[in-house]
Design a protein around this ligand. Sequence first.
Ligand code: SF4
Ligand code: SF4
Ligand code: SF4
Ligand code: FES
Length: 953
Amino acid sequence: MTLIHEIDYGTPRSKSESMVSLTIDGVEISVPEGTSVMRAAMDAGIQVPKLCATDMLDAYGSCRLCLVEIEGRNGTPASCTTPVTPGMKVATQTPKLAKLRRGVMELYISDHPLDCLTCAANGDCELQDMAGAVGLREVRYGNEVETHLGQEKDTSNPYFTFDPSKCIVCARCVRACEEVQGTFALSIADRGFASKVNAGAGEDFLSSDCVSCGACVQACPTATLIEKSVIEIGQPEHSVVTTCAYCGVGCSFKAEMRGTELVRMVPYKDGKANRGHSCVKGRFAWGYATHKERILKPMLRAKITDPWQEVTWDQAIAHVASEFKRLQGQYGRNAIGGITSSRCTNEETYLVQKLIRGGFGNNNVDTCARVCHSPTGYGLKTAFGTSAGTQDFDSVEKADVVVVIGANPTDGHPVFGSRLKKRLRQGAKLIVIDPRRIDLVRQPHVEASFHLPLRPGTNVAVLTSIAHVIVTEGLANETFVRERCDWDEFTDWADFVSDPRHSPEAMEAYTGVPAEHLRGAARLYATGGNGAIYYGLGVTEHSQGSTTVMAIANLAMVTGNLGREGVGVNPLRGQNNVQGACDMGSFPHEMSGYRHVSDDATREMFEGLWGVSLDNEPGLRIPNMLDAAVDGSFKGLYVQGEDIVQSDPNTTHVAAGLSAMECVVVQDLFLNETANYAHVFLPGSTFLEKDGTFTNAERRINRVRKVMPPRNGAGGPGLADWEITVAIANAMGFPMNYKHPAEIMDEIAAVTPSFKGVSYAKLEELGSVQWPCNDKAPEGTPVMHIGGFARGKGKFVITEYIPTDEKTGPRFPLLLTTGRILSQYNVGAQTRRTANTVWHQEDRLEIHPHDAEQRGVREGDWVRLQSRAGETTLRALITDRVAPGVVYTTFHHPMTQANVVTTDHSDWATNCPEYKVTAVQITPSNGPSDWQERYQAHADLSRRISGHASAAE
Ligand code: SF4
Ligand code: SF4
Ligand code: SF4
Ligand code: FES
């Protein structure tokens, strides 16, 4: 294995379609118009020395190292800032240029510590390379000249250091922060010799606005900005391209290694989702993989109050199989089930549902997508015929008006957030529909044209009002609708939305959105050019989640914003593989590819392949499994990579359901909260320890590649999660025989029409593909529904606004909504075990100053958060980001247990919980709630491992 070096072409690729021919050092070459001379030279195989240029950033022209001579022109222009022209004749190597370049380099080196041999970047430093490339052999300036050496290092960021004594002030870092990340945390202060890089207003990196994305570190050509892990471990020696295991953006990274030790994760420029960018989680927060709290041996116990006993893999697997068989023998075939994980690979998810349907003989399989994007699947399938977003991420580069609804991309999907901000800085307009003033509403160089701060729970009312304005003001795209949609359904829908009761003025009383703003936003979306809608869990996690998704689809259809680049309906999927988990047949009513279990032909095909007969009745969803457990009919659960105690609503009910079961098997990296109720713990493997694929929010199937052996060997070789499922299946008498996940993908492709053309060989060849990938689209489908919808005619659905049953009143006068924060990830099992905790040590309750004052709550006070479901305590953060009457918190920390207060209300179509609307009251508090105390006591008791000195967490 070797270290992958991506070519740096110096300046970005021109997207022009017209070509220009020129000659460089006698080599004739044709390149797209707008290409720099530097990049054209690279295309011709000629490297021009450079320092301030890199192809992730626009040309800057400051270092003067890339000078060239051009026939017929005076002087020596910089090749990075000079565009090609037809017939141009360029010389990159002449004695004059060599002398000039050596002079430039001499100046740089004279102000640079000459510690190359002991520098952490030795061997990976462009300054060092360029000194060699220009043939610099001596530096004439001595110690008598003033230098920047000896300046103090900034080590405040947990992941990288800033050593100004090594800085050449090329501004690559500043430009990366602006152009790639869009945070504008850095600047060049002062002028001339005194110029230097400043974070914020001259503070340290940690105190500045820096969000630790790492773009500046990657851009820096010297060791000025460098990863602490490189300083500690040394330069990597080989690398493997893989996919981030955090969010649904699905960024590609080079995992750079020394032996089996991971040195750093470097975003991969050829990654089609991230195009070389990253966020703090994928770039830096991977230390959990080797955290000391990771459980590496299988464990069993008879009761959940017993200490865990470590056992061998064989003992654990045999116990699981015999317990599950016992429970089915005693209580019936339907007494057990399982939960697949959106954190695991497609192949692993496919195997878990196969085990349940084929080995357990029932359809009691569900997934955490239940609690996030199940309404997306239902709503988009109903409207368009496919349960997935319509575009690729590149599409945002062609959008003119972007609507962000119920999503917070800069925190939840940061790399997409950066790509969106770039488009907005180029002039696209933005409409934000969100109860909170999310960062996108106003950021450096980005400002929303409209922010509609709706009351939580009124999405459908707002979207139907927008439709009202579009239809009644004659802004509908009738040509598109006549051609592409069912006309009769459209006219029924148009009559419905045109009703005066749906006007923004009539709806204002429910939504709290000023009618004029809503009208303005509707006009902008309908008439502003390419309109693209991006949405998140603020849309789906409601009692009308599926209705809202269909209301969004209606808006896209009525304005003709589908079937081309720059438009579309784009769910921002939460977890790395939530799209894949749904695609693989994780829901109790659907086989892979969203085919209903009652479809005889589909079932017969699987029966023929798997050699078993399959149930034609949908199985139990997660909430139904828990209800059935409390009722005594559901007794055993296999949970792979999911922490339902922390992530699912109404924690007390979840805990009661699990406590009522006789065999709960948890397969995970850590003793998570659900493991507190488990009888068997099977240590899982991280994404670094296995092969497979993840499918991101753009339907992009990306390879996950093993970079180190699984650590969960318990004395023997470790097991990837798919191998654990295979072992359980075989022990239960349902044979599975795969030697590599590639074989599982071959089976998925054979049984799933939208995956028919997918194979590991194709992924090697193309890097990634977006499904559908089949005979019609052998290289995948970046944009869906071009020329026609998957279902034929697009379906307009009437979206009647039905207020949630979760009502505010005198006892619970405020509305709680929840979300996540950049540095932490969901239940925090991974990010809490990294240095990311420096940014977010606890969940806080955001409350408006007016509501806080009424309750005598001051900044940082402990407050009691009570709902009809339960209560918890946390500290207050007073902010006008939330409107009066609305409070907000995250759910990353188990001690907060924010889901103790969320209720059992759920989406009418899919049971997706209504996390985003809970009526609550806030009162000052002195300490933890009764539940928190009881829970902590149980957790302490439950986490004991026999023979270990202390609890594992
Ligand atoms: S890490 Fe990212 S946000 Fe921070 S200064 Fe560097 S580019 Fe800017
Ligand atoms: S820190 Fe690095 S990228 Fe930034 S100006 Fe200095 S040398 Fe250039
Ligand atoms: S944006 Fe998402 S996929 Fe990309 S690095 Fe961050 S967490 Fe990973
Ligand atoms: S690389 Fe062209 S001026 Fe620096």
